[in-house]
Design a protein around this ligand. Structure first.
Ligand SMILES: NC(=O)C1=CN([C@@H]2O[C@H](COP(=O)(O)OP(=O)(O)OC[C@H]3O[C@@H](n4cnc5c(N)ncnc54)[C@H](OP(=O)(O)O)[C@@H]3O)[C@@H](O)[C@H]2O)[C@@H](O)CC1
Ligand SMILES: [K+]
Length: 217
């Protein structure tokens, strides 16, 4: 059975798993990164030169943890922030500290064309408005480059509930959805932009009486 969720439902389930059940935020982030690593290993991806684009929310935290795991497998990884790190969520700062302690180096400006694979960890379920103008330009330029993109959870710029493009959206070959597939990846621009969707369990739990707005199929 496949259960789709809206971004609001996913956020509620994340919160329930952390605050009611007691699963730590960093545990979920680690599991998301491990799940992504497993999907990369199972797919036919060129991992010779990986570029991880990282945002300031927990989607970025997943990306940093993944960069660390790749680095520890001796894979060449560049970690590039999109936005000012000083404004990042605490989970991002924690992950960055761990990654740097493990030897991951931040790159200021990467050549997207040189990357064999781009990991999109810029925005996930927290996107609540159109992408900032500068990021829209970057996304549009990246869409013209041949490099393969793998999106973590949701392609950046896609509304996870409606599938609409929020200014611009980064086209992925594969999207690794955490916990549940977001409804927006099954319709309209969201479906086209997400490419192949792989759903990975990361330990998210739902209360017994949780009312999903979309019927499972
Ligand atoms: N929660 C969990 O425990 C888990 C979450 N997980 C992962 O985290 C993802 C969700 O994380 P997230 O909620 O931090 O959202 P994300 O999309 O990374 O960043 C949003 C940030 O950007 C901001 N912002 C929003 N729109 C903007 C705009 N247009 N332009 C500029 N800024 C904008 C917004 O700031 P705000 O406006 O809310 O102040 C916020 O700070 C999820 O997809 C999954 O990958 C998993 O690891 C499992 C555990
Ligand atoms: K993403």
């Amino acid at each position: 059975m496949k259960q789709l969720v809206t971004t609001e439902e996913m956020q509620a389930l994340d919160q329930y798993t952390m605050t009611e059940v007691g699963m730590g935020e960093d545990v979920l982030i680690e599991r998301a990164a491990l799940a992504a690593l497993e999907s990369l290993g199972a797919g036919n991806f060129d991992l010779s030169n990986v570029l991880v684009l990282v945002g300031l929310g927990n989607n970025g935290a997943d990306g940093i943890a993944l960069a660390r795991l790749l680095h520890q497998l001796n894979i060449t990884v560049a970690l590039q922030f999109v936005g000012n790190v000083s404004k990042a969520k605490p989970a991002v700062k924690r992950q960055l500290k761990i990654a740097e302690a493990c030897g991951v180096v931040r790159s200021e400006k990467s050549d997207f064309k040189q990357a064999s694979l781009i990991i999109d960890a810029i925005f996930g379920t927290g996107l609540n408005n159109d992408l900032p103008d500068g990021l829209q330009k970057m996304v549009k330029a990246a869409n013209h480059i041949e490099s393969t993109v793998v999106a973590l959870d949701i392609p950046t710029g896609i509304n996870g509930t409606t599938g609409q493009v929020m200014g611009a959206a980064l086209k992925a070959k594969t999207t690794i959805a955490f916990g549940y597939e977001k409804a927006g990846l099954t319709k309209g621009a969201g479906k086209k932009t997400a490419g192949q969707v792989v759903v990975k369990d990361i330990g998210i739990l739902a209360p017994k009486d949780f009312k999903f707005s979309i019927k499972a199929k």
